[in-house]
Design a protein around this ligand. Structure first.
Ligand SMILES: Nc1ncnc2c1ncn2[C@@H]1O[C@H](COP(=O)(O)OP(=O)(O)OP(=O)(O)O)[C@@H](O)[C@H]1O
Ligand SMILES: [Mg+2]
Length: 219
């Protein structure tokens, strides 16, 4: 969008936070689906939703996959194994899910998200939004995926300008790198993916995935 460089047109729509701008015209391009509410969904967010192209069998399958990942830890000894885990995890995600990623620099957060987006079938290849804070991707059937990277987040004002709730409490999938920078702003219902280096094994990562719910936080 425009020569000011704030927003690149699709296919890879990117948004970065200009210090002097408070709104994001890019998001007005969004086509929105009104999604039916599924009974007893497990996405854990305020209104569990199913995507219009999701059949009951697919929902059941997703529920099974979500159960598998409710508490999951595995050693991935190669990037290909990480990719497989990301692919399986993606298959259980629902519109409305928020996934917070934790892990040191270079631990594989972007790698995991790239694999996950590939599995979701996004039109765009996921790339690190380090200089933009948010990337927007979408699938051919209009599932919107927002990829955040808060590594370079400077202050609370920058965060407020983003209007995070608009993303988090919606029918999108939100993938958040450096989620520890916005811990207090994360929805209580969320997935957490933790990636850890393994000493002396440069190609290995310990991957843990948890489902957090507000009931758990109340305990
Ligand atoms: N088992 C593995 N799983 C994931 N990535 C691996 C693995 N083994 C090696 N790698 C490599 O580690 C690198 C991870 O880089 P990546 O950009 O994904 O990290 P990151 O956590 O997003 O870093 P940053 O905090 O800078 O955003 C990639 O080059 C990837 O190929
Ligand atoms: Mg990254």
């Amino acid at each position: 969008m425009g020569a000011d460089g704030w927003c690149r047109q699709r296919p890879s729509l990117q948004v970065r936070l200009p210090a002097n701008k408070l709104t994001f015209p890019c998001f007005r391009f969004k086509k929105r689906y009104k999604l039916p509410v599924a009974d007893g969904g497990v996405s854990g967010l305020t209104a569990p939703v199913i995507h219009p192209k999701q059949t009951p069998a697919m929902t059941e399958n997703k529920n099974q996959l979500q159960k598998k990942f409710t508490s999951f830890t595995k050693l991935a000894t190669t990037p290909a194994e990480t990719e497989r885990i990301a692919r399986d995890f993606a298959a259980g995600l629902q519109p409305g899910d928020v996934v917070a990623f934790f892990g040191d620099l270079g631990s594989g957060k972007t790698f995991f998200i790239k694999s996950l987006c590939r599995a979701l079938g996004t039109v765009q290849e996921a790339t690190s939004p380090s200089f933009t804070i948010i990337n927007e991707y979408f699938t051919p059937d209009d599932l919107f995926v927002y990829h955040f990277d808060f590594y370079r987040l400077e202050d609370e004002q920058e965060l407020r300008n983003l209007g995070l709730d608009e993303f988090f409490y919606n029918d999108y999938i939100c993938l958040i790198e450096w989620a520890d920078k916005i811990l207090l702003h994360l929805p209580e219902n969320r997935w957490e993916v933790w990636l850890q280096f393994v000493p002396h094994q440069p190609e290995s990562r310990n991957i843990s995935i948890f489902k957090k719910t507000d009931e758990e936080n109340e305990r």
